[in-house]
Design a binder for this molecule. Structure first.
Ligand code: DNO
Length: 356
């Protein structure tokens, strides 16, 4: 397993690669060109500059999260082939730079959702939180407004402002798209990009839907064990795999995360490891990474990754906001750095406790 840390680039992040370099065990960043829009072709010079920036701090680019997918591809509108061509060009440019891991999602219109970005905990830290009673009593615009007002001026990863401005039009294009159709569209996309992925050895790692259920009536197809297996069977081959995000899948207590990890041996290309605390039906807070702070057994999770021989990139995921830090919601330095120390400690314990 290779420990990595998400970094949004000098222009958007409060954290520097030099700081990341000092977190024990971290060898690389997971990053993106955060000011490109879904569908845009990435400039070669911009990719090279990003890589050089990470390398200047002694880090590699371990993967891209994300090369976002244009809604025309997800909804199969007439422009989808053009956007797929653009995506292929971007992949080949990344491949030329030796970047061989790409995380993406196939959630219609928007990425992850929460009802609160800074819920106060008894210890004085704040966390991202989801309460279905709040979300289901809002329409999409109200939710956008509410998240925007709570983000303290920081961009929300995955919520591109330009895309959000088109949200009405975007909801329209998904009329008539159910889960079956959405999965077909994903298959069409994956079949088209697999040749370039195989040429460069680029592992495509789909991110699960977050939370793991449909929100605002939009179809969602990466929620549980069966969805993940449908995805890997959709297009066989070494480059089609998953991002095993314990927090997204873990939002549904019906998902047995260690069992899902074991069932996907060889198909997990990337891991996001974090904890969640269940508060009731479709209600949860994000927690510190520590098992006892939430509802997931983090030791069993790390053991499952170890047992299947997972050697790919792993990163800590959303942290609490602690010690007065101000940063993108979920993406402060301190709690994620604590998280990575804990995860690498668990891994050492698993490794030493497993007979060879
Ligand atoms: C949230 C992230 C997601 C993830 C995308 C992948 O914090 O885990 O935004 O990056 O869904 O495309």
């Amino acid at each position: 397993m290779k420990f990595t840390f998400r970094w949004f680039g000098d222009k958007f992040d409060t954290i520097t690669p030099e700081q990341i370099r000092q977190i024990p065990a971290v060898v690389g960043v997971i990053t993106t060109l955060y000011d490109t829009m879904p569908g845009e072709v990435w400039e070669v010079d911009a990719i090279k500059a990003l890589k050089a920036r990470a390398e200047r701090a002694g880090l590699e680019i371990s993967g891209i999260e994300s090369v976002n997918i244009h809604d025309a591809i997800k909804a199969a509108t007439p422009e989808r082939d053009m956007y797929i061509e653009n995506y292929i060009t971007t992949l080949s440019r990344l491949g030329e730079e030796g970047i061989n891991l790409v995380c993406y999602n196939f959630m219609p219109v928007f990425d992850w959702t929460r009802s609160d970005l800074a819920k106060l905990r008894p210890d004085g830290s704040t966390v991202l939180s989801y309460d279905a009673d709040i979300v289901e009593n809002m329409n999409f615009e109200q939710m956008l407004e509410s998240l925007g007002s709570k983000s303290e001026g920081f961009l929300l990863p995955g919520w591109e402002p330009e895309r959000m401005a088109r949200n009405k039009e975007l909801f329209e294009i998904y009329k008539g798209i159910d889960e079956v159709k959405l999965r077909e569209n994903l298959g069409y996309f994956l079949r088209a990009i697999m040749p370039v992925c195989e040429k460069y050895g680029i592992k495509m790692a789909i991110h699960p839907d977050d939370p793991a259920w449909s929100v605002f009536g939009l179809p969602r197809i990466v929620k549980n064990h069966d969805d993940l297996h449908a995805l890997v069977n959709l297009v066989p081959g070494p480059c089609n795999g998953v991002t095993l995000c314990t927090g997204s899948l873990g939002s549904d207590p019906g998902n047995d995360i260690p069992a899902i990890i074991r069932s996907l041996k060889g198909k997990i290309h990337f891991a996001h490891v974090r904890n969640v605390k269940y508060l009731g039906y479709r209600k949860f807070d994000e927690a510190a990474h520590l098992s006892e702070d939430g509802s997931l057994d983090m030791y069993e999770i790390m053991k499952a990754f170890y047992d299947i021989g997972f050697t790919g990139a792993v990163r800590p995921d959303h942290g609490r906001m602690v010690w007065g830090e101000k940063s993108m919601p979920g993406y402060g330095l301190y709690d994620r750095a604590m998280g990575i120390c804990y995860l690498s400690g668990l891994l050492e314990a698993v490794r030493k406790g497993t007979p060879t």
